[in-house]
Design a protein around this ligand. Structure first.
Ligand code: C5P
Length: 223
């Protein structure tokens, strides 16, 4: 399969909007590489916190970023980012990382560091004979793959999203992260022009996936 024939699906949306659940189902259904870019920002955040490099110290940040070596390994259909050969630990979902990640993610140098790596996931999908990739995040349809075959933007009422996180037994700073992610200058969280906007507040995950699948099936045969 040539690179040109790989299907790219971008799913953006706020915290706990259903991106990960829908992406995973689509990845299984259509044999796609699943790429959770939020986990990349979380992993970098955990690494910078471990090295005690604050988001406020740009000079130290640049030095640290220049030393990070990224590689990828697969966990099922999901791409795991390794930093200096190490996978992310469970701490990337902890409240400490929740509280810091949007501050690091707002820094252009941090985003620039991940840009080529994220685009390079097409090569990973190709090397592992996937039909394409489904990448979730905040700026996938706007910045990373503006010419993606499908660009979805998921949103849901903040109260409903907080309930979803609580049901997962996880503490999160959903509202604060959304506020920071939407208001930053570089690659803010926005529904890109022309993206398919889906409000999942009153829809089940199955319903959301059904809408996405019916569109994707116009280009791709289920695996
Ligand atoms: O998707 P998740 O909620 O795990 O993302 C964690 C954080 O990573 C977001 O709140 C945001 O600050 C950052 N992020 C980003 N751009 C992306 C993906 C995530 O800024 N494409």
């Amino acid at each position: 399969m040539s690179k040109a024939s790989l299907i790219i699906i971008a799913i953006d949306g706020g915290a706990a909007s259903g991106k990960s659940s829908s992406s995973c189902i689509l990845a299984d259904k259509f044999n796609l590489l699943h790429v959770d870019t939020g986990s990349f920002y979380r992993h970098i955040t955990a690494e910078l916190l471990r090295r005690a490099v604050p988001a406020t110290d740009l000079a130290a940040l640049k030095v640290a970023l220049a030393t990070l070596q990224f590689s990828t390994r697969l966990a099922g259909r999901s791409a795991q980012m390794l930093i200096d050969g190490q996978p992310a630990g469970d701490e990337i979902r902890d409240q400490r990382v929740n509280e810091h990640v949007s501050h690091y993610a707002a820094i252009p140098e941090v985003r620039q560091t991940l840009l080529a790596y994220q685009r390079g996931q097409v090569g990973v999908a190709e090397a592992h004979h996937f039909q394409g990739l489904v990448m979730e995040g905040r700026d996938i349809g706007s910045v990373i793959f503006p010419a993606a075959d499908f660009r979805f933007f998921l949103h849901a009422d903040p109260v409903e999203r907080a309930k979803r996180r609580a049901a997962e037994g996880r503490q999160d700073s959903i509202a604060e992260r959304d506020r920071l992610d939407s208001s930053r200058k570089t690659s803010p969280l926005v529904c890109p022009n022309g993206a398919i906007d889906i409000d999942s507040t009153h829809q089940s995950l199955d319903q959301v996936v059904a809408v996405m699948s019916s569109l994707i099936a116009t280009k791709l045969t289920p695996a």
